[in-house]
Ligand binder design. Structure first.
Ligand code: CA2
Length: 149
């Protein structure tokens, strides 16, 4: 694994509010807290880049831009509510060679039925849901295991 290798963590709509609103559902830690822990946990093994946006357009553009980069080992994607609506994000994931792991903090299958459908799950390498911030750690770990790439 060369120095240039990295994993991209993408967070979608409203995840910028983590730790600031509804801690009973999403926990009290901010996205920056989680990303800092993720980076320090994996520091010896892989570099982690990240972006967050509330815009479907920006998420798709990042998937396209980084998903074709040979140094990108994979993308960890929490698409937020776009998970349940966006055929456009699913198309972008299907179009790029980089494996994408779907993550959710909450167990989407234990919530309202509208959240039980994921448009992106069929085109992702795998999905991890319900482990709080550990979902991100498990997704990075999965991407580092070569057989999932
Ligand atoms: O459980 C997850 O990670 C979700 O992707 C979170 C989305 C939700 O629409 C998905 O069904 C499951 C919502 C993210 C909203 O994040 C907030 C964080 C703090 C306060 C308010 C919203």
């Amino acid at each position: 694994m060369g120095d240039k290798a990295y994993i991209l963590v993408l967070n979608g709509p409203n995840l910028n509010l983590l730790g600031k609103r509804q801690p009973e559902i999403y926990g009290s830690r901010t996205l920056d807290d989680i990303l800092a822990d993720l980076r320090s946990h994996f520091a010896a093994r892989i570099r982690i880049a990240d972006f967050q946006s509330n815009s479907e357009d920006r998420l798709i553009t990042w998937i396209q831009d980084y998903g074709f980069d040979e140094h990108c080992l994979g993308i960890v994607l929490n698409a937020g509510a776009y998970t349940h609506t966006s055929l456009a994000i699913a198309d972008a994931i299907a179009a790029v060679p980089a494996p994408v792991v779907e993550v959710h903090l909450s167990n989407i299958f234990a919530r309202e039925s509208v959240r039980h459908t994921s448009y992106i799950a069929p085109v992702c390498a795998g999905s991890i849901s319900g482990f709080g911030e550990d979902s991100y750690f498990l997704a990075v770990e999965a991407l580092l295991r070569k057989k999932h790439r």
